[in-house]
Ligand binder design. Sequence first.
Ligand SMILES: Nc1ncnc2c1ncn2[C@@H]1O[C@H](COP(=O)(O)OP(=O)(O)OP(=O)(O)O)[C@@H](O)[C@H]1O
Ligand SMILES: [Mg+2]
Length: 283
Amino acid sequence: MNGIDGIFEDHPSERATGQPRIIALANQKGGVGKTTTAINLGTALAAIGERVLIVDLDPQGNASTGLGIDRRNRNCSTYDVLIGEAKLREAIVPTAVPRLHIAASTMDLSGLELELGTARDRAFRLRDAIADLNTDAPEGADYTYVLVDCPPSLNLITVNAMAASHAILVPLQCEFFALEGLSQLLQTVEQVRSTLNPTLSIHGIVLTMFDSRNNLSNQVVADVREFMGDKVYDTMIPRNVRISEAPSYGKPVLVYDLKCVGSDAYLRLATEVIQRERALRMH
Ligand SMILES: Nc1ncnc2c1ncn2[C@@H]1O[C@H](COP(=O)(O)OP(=O)(O)OP(=O)(O)O)[C@@H](O)[C@H]1O
Ligand SMILES: [Mg+2]
């Protein structure tokens, strides 16, 4: 695993006043909890007073659907923003959660790579779209966090997310192949850092779908913590049926069942994320 160590040095970029903190939820493995974490971390951050924008960059649009955004209300989507036909502000809709907004996605996004071809700025479309997000925002309507939900692929969309973000947050499912593919993800981060975005850091790794009764789950946790050290958040997200039911009601789990263990875990994760942010800023 030579060459991976250096990746974990943090290069926090000072948050310019008025700029949101931008975090991408990325892992090219499918079904590991990226979207669930975007929705519920976003909700938990909003619940503790942050003003949060989720940017749905997955053509599947699961974050948009999971937050109850009807397909008919996606006239303007992240696709329109990335091809340059709309401003990010125009694609934003409120959710049922106070202080939580979303820029929804549509299937069109799957054609983005072809659409953008070899345009010189093709990796910077999201960065440029976010750049003036808070400019001219009315008092109290600026965002403090932007969470970008990536598709399960290391394609141009994910590269756009990494080029635009201060940090990435990696959900890892507690299953046998958890670490498989992680070095490829970290290599991509390294590549983006050396070319497109020198200040990109790894915010942290969150273990998802943890089942304490399962020996394998416990073994995976031990392995990941050994390999990734304190990059792994203390909070683990348990496997919890309430978490998986919530999206079919178009609700975050914190709204669907605030008292369940899943909601509790996402609130703790939000607290940890904010603590890390403070620590990064004090450096
Ligand atoms: N902690 C959990 N407990 C139970 N089910 C979960 C949990 N986290 C996620 N799930 C379920 O697992 C499935 C995959 O989760 P999710 O959609 O968040 O993953 P993803 O990484 O965004 O997937 P994709 O790569 O397809 O975008 C979903 O059906 C979701 O409801
Ligand atoms: Mg997803």
